[in-house]
Design a binder for this molecule. Structure first.
Ligand code: ZN
Length: 257
């Protein structure tokens, strides 16, 4: 089932500043990764487009400012386009939704940066309004998170917002159904769930996260989907399980906000 999706690389932060988590990549490593992929003949497509051979999706979750600073210039040089998923309640603000060790906060993209990326041909997607665990919300809260982020991004960029990524990769049938009802045509998730019915005409893309230590060799195996790729998928399930730790942590230390 997963092999029917085009290969998709998912990044979070591209930053020289470290943090405790594993979902960040240093700018020089990111540059090397993208240049190596380009030299091997790969190019990017955007969600909803049909992939040719050697085409892949490049995805950024959370919409950090560092994407604009460190990833965008590299990608422009290579003529690569990406989709970036934005939690709209944090545009121009810092990542208070995430747990913080040692008080480290990361800035999100500003309105102006978002508009520039959109004009440069990047696709903008919704990552809800407040980056909360959607499974915990009432129906009306869920609808507000999913529809509110879409209309804000449409107003801001003038782009039709058709894709959503669920915070912490957490979704169920109810979340999926609301996304469909609110006009999305597709979702990106880190894990495929065979128990969830995906409505006709809706697309789900399963993306492979790139971690701090991901070597170019592994990234190429992900793109080609050969040896080592399935082990990576198993590891990703583990990390996705631990991203739920962020939610628990935040509940325990919510005074930290
Ligand atoms: Zn996120």
């Amino acid at each position: 089932m997963i092999d029917k999706f085009p290969p998709a690389l998912l990044y979070h932060k591209v930053s020289p500043r470290g943090e405790i988590g594993v979902t960040w990549v240093k700018p020089d490593a990111f540059k090397r990764q993208m240049e190596t992929i380009a030299e091997a003949g790969w190019s990017t497509i955007l969600p909803g487009e049909d992939a040719d051979t050697k085409q892949f999706l490049l995805i950024f979750d959370d919409g950090y400012e560092c994407i604009y600073k460190y990833a965008y210039p590299v990608l422009s040089q290579l003529d690569f386009k990406a989709i970036v998923f934005i939690p709209t309640g944090y545009i121009g603000s810092t990542n208070d939704w995430d747990y913080q060790l040692f008080g480290r906060r990361f800035a999100h993209l500003s309105e102006a940066m978002l508009v520039e990326l959109s004009k440069a041909g990047w696709m903008i997607g919704s990552h809800t309004v407040s980056h909360v665990d959607l499974l915990q919300l009432s129906n009306s809260q869920l609808e507000d998170e999913i529809a509110g982020s879409r209309s804000r991004l449409q107003d801001l960029t003038g782009q039709g917002i058709e894709w959503i990524a669920f915070p912490f990769g957490r979704y169920n049938q109810r979340v999926m159904d609301v996304a469909v009802n609110k006009g999305y045509t597709g979702a990106v998730a880190p894990v495929y769930r065979p128990d969830i019915v995906i409505p006709e005409g809706f697309n789900l893309i399963v993306a492979d996260a790139v971690y701090l230590w991901s070597a170019i060799g592994l990234i190429e195996r992900i793109l080609r989907r050969d040896n080592g790729y399935r082990i990576h998928r198993k590891f990703q399930k583990l990390v996705n399980g631990s991203s739920y730790g962020t939610i628990i942590w935040k509940r325990l230390f919510s005074s930290n906000k």
